[in-house]
Design a protein around this ligand. Structure first.
Ligand SMILES: [Zn+2]
Length: 331
């Protein structure tokens, strides 16, 4: 700062004029996840790729993952049955992961700590009145409506109705995302939350069976340091290949960003090269290509051809970078 001449004026803000409103990127992607780490495992390449291209990438995480198991022994005291301090810690891990992915817009649904991790299905934590599983659907969805109407994404990514693998918070995240999208588009729902906005395309995360089986074959052949190997059935959202409608393969930088983001979730994930393990210590492949099923909106590729861009087919309707500003976009 000291080497600036006294008359220094930033070129974009001539003296005497108000700074121009920040232009809103013309492509806007919203992802809705249950816990810190889910976004990096499922969508790290996708998020890094679109962020690097200048799209607005907004992540909404529904809980801070307070009930997660802690892998590093030196951090075992964070666990819910000891200090119960995992939520804020995982919030910081998530911030580091977002920095690795180049994503600057991250929010917790309703604010940090608004909804607590519900624990695995059947756990007594499912009954806690402050847990996400117990949240009234339309109340939680209204929190997402406010984000949708502010950000005005053309594309949303979330889980399938089983939440990929049946965790109550993943199931609830799916419900909240889908209900939030529906309510955000309804002009008569809570107009004080912003002008209505219809999301053009909605995708569910998935993993084609052939890619999962190939990944495990690669893991078995490679040698690794994990105590054991998971099975394809442990991978969330495995579907027949024919059900996959979009595949996003980022470049090397995006794959490296995903790996770095997963490493940032240090309490939850142990990364070993192109493989990783969760708290069960079972190795599984880290996928550099991420897959999706389009469940709402018009495909941007011919019948039977997978999209390679989640925004495919809606580019002409999203407005230009110059003309699309949040305040103007309100309908
Ligand atoms: Zn999760």
């Amino acid at each position: 700062m000291t080497d600036r001449p006294a008359s220094f004026t930033p070129p974009s803000a001539p003296s005497g004029t108000a700074p121009a409103p920040r232009p809103v990127p013309s492509r806007r992607l919203l992802l809705v996840h249950a816990h810190p780490d889910d976004e990096s495992i499922n969508n790290g390449v996708t998020m890094a790729t679109y962020a690097a291209e200048g799209a607005q990438v907004t992540l909404v995480t529904c809980t801070r993952g307070e009930e997660g198991e802690v892998i590093p022994p030196e951090l075992a005291h964070l666990a819910p049955d000891r200090d119960d301090a995992l939520g804020p810690y995982r919030g910081r891990e998530l911030a580091a992961a977002m920095a690795a992915l180049g994503v600057t817009d991250h929010r917790f649904l309703g604010g940090p700590g608004r909804y607590r991790d519900s624990g695995m299905m059947g756990a007594p934590q499912n009954e806690r009145p402050d847990c996400f599983w117990q949240a009234p659907l339309d109340e939680a969805a209204a929190e997402l409506v406010a984000v949708i109407r502010e950000v005005r994404p053309q594309v949303m990514v979330t889980y399938d109705p089983q939440g990929g693998y049946g965790h109550p918070d993943h199931i609830q995240a799916h419900r909240v995302a889908m209900r939030g999208a529906e309510l955000a588009a309804a002009a008569d729902f809570r107009p004080e939350l912003g002008g209505s906005h219809a999301i053009g395309k909605i995708y569910w995360n998935c993993n084609p069976r052939s890619a999962v089986e190939e990944g495990f074959a690669r893991l078995r052949a490679a040698g690794h340091t994990f105590p054991g190997i998971a099975s394809p059935d442990d991978v969330p959202g495995v579907v027949p290949d024919a059900e996959v409608t979009a595949s996003v393969t980022g470049g090397r930088a995006a794959a490296e960003a995903k790996t770095a983001a997963m490493r940032a979730h240090y309490t939850q994930i142990a990364v070993d090269g192109p493989f990783f393990a969760l708290s069960n210590d079972l190795g599984q492949p880290l996928f550099a290509t991420e897959h999706y099923r389009l469940v709402h909106g018009v495909p941007g590729a011919a019948d039977g051809v997978r999209e390679d861009d989640l925004f495919a087919g809606i580019g002409d309707t999203v407005g230009t970078q110059e003309s699309t500003r949040i305040e103007e976009a309100a309908e």
